[in-house]
Design a protein around this ligand. Structure first.
Ligand code: N01
Length: 507
């Protein structure tokens, strides 16, 4: 299909949102609430839900409490457990999108191939169904969207089943098989105890041990749910308490007070001591980096699963894969029938970044290599009329990502309202504003646990932390509360693309 044929077949919406996960659905709801309905969501799948649609591995559950891991404007009094399962979160997201009237705006099975800014005509988004133009583009493509499978030599020769945790094949039956799980991160600690009882033998390949914490998950009692339904302030109170506990204890420990972090570390280490009696296994599982540097892993059943007679924990590095199993660098073959890659995602190198281009051919991926500054992790010089949700340094390692998304949405909605209804308005953040913000974040992140020396997916390939917000999240909320036009060059395309007519300086 040619661009023009595609373009003429499509209405021209004012706003395009890419992605129908938590961020994209949240953006759509906030737009509708603000009176804006001239938008579409381009969703590559035929279901919404993003990472909560894709991660269907056994045991998948959120490690942030349910009352906090939801939109503030759509509390769910019916959560079944204090930490919701994937099924429950996915159902919540679908019913919320339906309830707020988002579904008619979604163009299903529309994969974005690229999005290019053009000074004369605005954004052109090329999809596999043709091109669509729009005035404003919102990337809600998520950080945990593209599974990363390490290129271990010989994988293609493996005779059994290969699977990534985020592309789980539910039709495959692991019962009675010899299974390898590579990786011991957040996905692995949920998969391992879920499959261990049914497999014949499980070999877990660990490169770096995680900090595993006691998990406070429990069922929510029927009377509690009734209370939340009849008296919503009770649920809001629990949400608030949960939020503030995490801010005060965890952010303080990870960013300000080493002493507090060390107290927490001692308590967490007791979990390992209590659950693993074999000193050799305990030694292998003991982290040698600071708590919080990698995402901490709540689980009550990961350590006990590793102590079962049908499980081996292998810490010798993997050399290659052969048709019959995995060979470690000491030459030992670990024979298996199936291999699960619980090896995470392309986060700082999410491929979509190479397919969104601003002025002068600048690519969004440069915001993650450190070549392009961002303002509030949301807007970028040379990317006019563009907003990124869950952009650089808007991630959290301790609380709900939805809180951060909602901060960004406050900012985006305020920006769109401030920019008004003219269809030729062009707004672009001043490089000086973006540089100052990025420099400040980078200076502050260096003082935190997230830059304390461990390797984590928070860091890009140069070791720069471009993922985590290095402070209390209420500080981010304060910064994103209002759009300030003086931070932008704002002009009208029909007059002269970059002349500042509303506010802002010159570049
Ligand atoms: O991925 P990860 P994940 N050889 O990147 C190892 C969210 N999440 O899918 O630590 C051997 O954390 C790697 O080893 P190392 C959550 O935000 C949330 O588990 O790099 N091993 C590591 O152990 C989470 O943080 C929930 O040395 C290799 C593992 O693979 C994020 O998703 C649930 C390797 C990857 O861990 C990602 O979690 C699940 C190699 N070549 C996920 N390459 C909730 O509950 C990588 N590894 C909300």
């Amino acid at each position: 299909m040619t661009d023009d044929a595609g373009a003429s077949a499509q209405a021209k919406p004012r706003i395009i949102i890419i992605g129908a996960g938590f961020a994209g659905i949240g953006a759509a709801i906030r737009l509708l609430q603000s009176g804006e309905d001239d938008f579409v969501i381009l969703e590559r799948g035929d279901e919404l839900g993003g990472t909560w649609r894709d991660n269907v591995y056994p045991g998948c559950r959120c490690d942030v409490p349910s009352h906090l891991y939801s939109y503030s404007f759509a509390p769910n009094p019916d959560w079944q457990r204090t930490y919701a399962s994937q099924e429950e979160i996915w159902a919540y997201l679908r019913s919320t999108a339906d309830r707020f009237g988002v579904l008619p705006h979604i163009r299903w099975s529309h994969r974005v191939i690229d999005a290019i800014w053009d000074d004369a005509e605005g954004w052109k988004v090329q999809t596999d169904h043709g091109a669509i133009r729009c005035q404003y583009l919102v990337a809600a493509t998520g950080s945990l969207a593209e599974p990363s499978t390490p290129g271990i030599p010989g994988a293609a020769s493996f005779a059994g089943t290969l699977m990534h945790s985020a592309r789980w094949d539910r039709s495959h039956d692991f019962a009675g098989q010899r299974v390898a799980v590579i990786g011991t991160g957040a996905s692995s600690v949920q998969i391992v105890p879920s499959i261990q009882p049914t497999v014949e033998h499980l070999t877990v390949f660990q490169r770096t041990p995680g900090w595993v914490l006691p998990h406070p998950d429990r069922p929510i009692k029927p009377w509690e749910r009734r209370l939340f339904r009849l008296f919503p302030p009770a649920q809001r109170l629990i949400r608030s308490i949960t939020y503030w506990q995490r801010e005060i204890v965890l952010v303080s420990a990870f960013t300000k007070f080493d002493g507090l972090r060390m107290v927490l570390e001692r308590r967490v280490k007791r979990h390992l001591t209590n659950q693993v009696s074999d000193p050799e296994l305990r030694e292998k599982l003991a982290p040698d980096y600071q708590l919080g540097c990698k995402r901490a892993l709540p689980s009550n059943d990961f350590y006990p699963a590793l102590t079962q007679p049908n499980v081996d924990l292998v810490t010798v590095p993997i050399d290659r894969i052969e048709s019959g199993g995995i060979v470690t660098v000491d030459g030992e073959l670990h024979p298996v029938d199936a291999i699960v890659f619980a090896t995470g995602f392309f986060v700082t190198d999410n491929p979509i970044g190479d397919h969104v281009s601003g002025r002068e051919g600048h690519r969004l991926s440069e915001a993650f290599t450190g070549e392009l500054s961002s303002y509030l992790g949301t807007t970028f010089p040379d990317f006019p009329n563009f907003f990124m949700l869950t952009g650089p340094n808007t991630g959290t390692g301790h609380t709900s990502q939805i809180f951060m998304i909602e901060c960004q949405l406050n900012y985006v909605i305020d920006a769109l309202e401030a920019l008004g209804n003219r269809s030729d308005t062009v707004a672009e953040v001043l490089p000086s504003v973006a540089d100052a913000f990025t420099e400040d974040v980078q200076q502050r992140v260096k003082q935190t646990v997230w830059a304390s020396g461990c390797a984590s997916w928070y860091l890009n390939k140069f070791g720069r932390n471009v993922t985590i917000w290095p402070d209390y999240t209420f500080a981010y909320r304060r910064q994103t509360r209002h759009f300030d036009p003086s931070d932008y060059v704002i002009g009208h395309r029909s007059v002269e693309a970059r002349s500042p007519v509303v506010a802002g300086g010159t570049e």
